[in-house]
Each structure stands twice: as C-alpha cells, then as structure tokens.
Ligand binder design. Structure first.
Ligand SMILES: [Zn+2]
Length: 287
C-alpha cells in the first residue's frame, strides 16, 4: 500500500506539470472507491493544474485558468500509482484515468484493486469530510512531543494502534509505526497513556526521522519511480523490524517477533523494546 512517503514522492514527481494546460480527460473505468464524476472532463479540459499539494495521503491538484476553480483530489488507495508519461504510451488493463496535457504529457492512474479515488471538490478542500478531521502532518512542527503527550492522556489503547490513528497524526502507516517504535525502544502494546513525555519526545523524533529517511530513499529513486515502462515500483528500504519475523535484530541479535495488533502485523524486538511492568509504571507516576 502506498504510504505517506510514496505519496509525497509521487507529488514531487508530478510537479513538472504545474502550470500545464489540460487538453483531454479520459475515464476508462468510473468504478473506483467512489465513482469518478462523469462531468470531470468538462470541469478540467481547457484549465491548468495551478498547484499540486498534499494533505495526508491525498494529492490535491488546484485547477483553474488563472485562479483556482476547484480541486482534483487523487488517492492511491491500496494499489494505485500515478505515472507521468508521453501521450503515445499505450494504456493497459488497470489504467483507469488519464489527464492529457496540451504539451503531450499524460498523468495516468493505474489501480488494479480500484480502492483509489478521483474526486472533484468545489469548496475549500480542507473543509471536505475526508480532510476536515485529520490530525497534523507528521513532518510539520504542530506534531511535537507536547501535542502527542497531551493527546495520549485520554487514550489507553496500544501505542502502535494509537499512533496509526489519522485523527491523532496522519501518515504513520504500519511500516513507519513499527519502525519508529523500535527506534524509540517502545513496546508496541504499551498503553498509549502510560508513555512519559520523554518517550513522546523520542517517538516524535523517530517518526520524523523514519519518514525523512523514506522520503530521501524515494527521492533518490525518483527516476526509477517514474520509469519509462510506466510501471513504477515502490522504493526499497532497509527496515529494522518490519517484515523481519524470525530474523536477528540488527542491534541485539534477538529474534524479531510478529504479533497481531488492531488486525495489523506488528513487528518488534522483545529485547530492544521491553514491556514495562505495571509496577514500574506506578513508580514513575509517583516520582
Ligand atoms: Zn533488539
């Protein structure tokens, strides 16, 4: 599934079309997560992509002639990819949506599982129901230790599940939650409201650095990401724990474990991420 770094790298890869004139819109399959609006060609043709933004995992293309008239919202769902291609590149089975520009380039959405979305928003996109209750962006200053500590006070669920809640912070998916918790040495099942301020500081710091590292890995593979085959792969990274069940911890050589938490595979090292006992937690509170 494309995670926040892939979506941000996709946005950056599409930036060359900012300012480009949309000549034609092709919808080959309306049935995505929600139907692609049938009137999209009339709304987009003859307009320009003024600005490409991102909020959480939504790519937001401001559309207009000189001033924004609305926003084209794109979401990659479970399996979606957006490619920037030349117009003659033949469309394949799962290529559902094309934006053809007057200069001959095409943005093409390929999505075999069709959980992605292509929507038109007339109003301020931040007020749309998909976006208006989202937590802060993880790489923005608003996501900090004081904020996290405060938000966790009322949450007793496991920290791994909690940190993946988009109302708390967006874009911390399964990979980055597991990796950040390892780097912060926090057991994934730790009740969220038992984290100390120091642990919140460490976790925030590790979430930011894990995402930054992924962005850098993606940025360096951007050429491959938008390869001429029109079939970009997700960038490869080296993980500490994610997907490494039964392998040796890169830090302590202990075997990496895999548990189900909130229906998601959760990877951790039992030695680097010890479970804190209730007693030691109580002690900490009374200090
Ligand atoms: Zn370890």
């Amino acid at each position: 599934m494309p995670e926040l770094p892939e979506v941000e790298v996709t946005r950056r890869g599409l930036l060359p079309v900012e300012g480009a004139l949309i000549a034609q819109v092709t919808i080959r399959h309306h049935g995505m997560r929600w139907p692609i609006p049938a009137d999209l060609p009339q709304r987009l043709q003859g307009r320009r992509v003024l600005k490409l933004k991102r909020r959480a995992k939504y790519i937001l293309a401001e559309i207009g002639t000189t001033v924004p008239e609305g926003t084209l919202l794109l979401h990659l769902g479970m399996s979606g990819r957006l490619c920037l291609l030349e117009r003659d590149f033949p469309a394949e089975k799962h290529d559902h949506f094309d934006l053809l520009f007057a200069d001959g380039r095409v943005i093409r959405l390929r999505d075999p599982r069709r959980f992605g979305a292509v929507l038109w928003l007339d109003q301020d996109p931040m007020q749309h129901e998909l976006l208006n209750r989202l937590g802060p962006e993880p790489l923005e200053p608003a996501f900090n230790a004081a904020y996290l500590f405060q938000e966790l006070r009322t949450r007793s669920a496991a920290i791994k599940t909690t940190i993946m809640d988009a109302h708390l912070v967006v874009g911390v998916g399964n990979i980055y939650a597991s990796e950040s918790l390892f780097r912060a040495r926090i057991h994934p099942e730790t009740p969220a409201n038992t984290l100390s301020l120091a642990q919140c500081e460490l976790l925030v710091q590790e979430i930011k650095s894990t995402l930054h590292a992924a962005l850098e890995a993606g940025g360096s593979s951007l050429r491959d990401f938008f390869g001429a085959d029109g079939n970009p792969g997700y960038f490869q990274q080296t993980y500490y724990v994610y997907g490494r069940t039964g392998e040796a911890c890169r830090v302590c050589q202990q075997m990496i474990l895999n548990i189900r938490l909130g229906q998601r595979s959760t990877f951790f090292c039992p030695q680097c991420q010890p479970r804190k006992s209730a007693v030691s937690h109580k002690k900490r509170l009374t200090k």
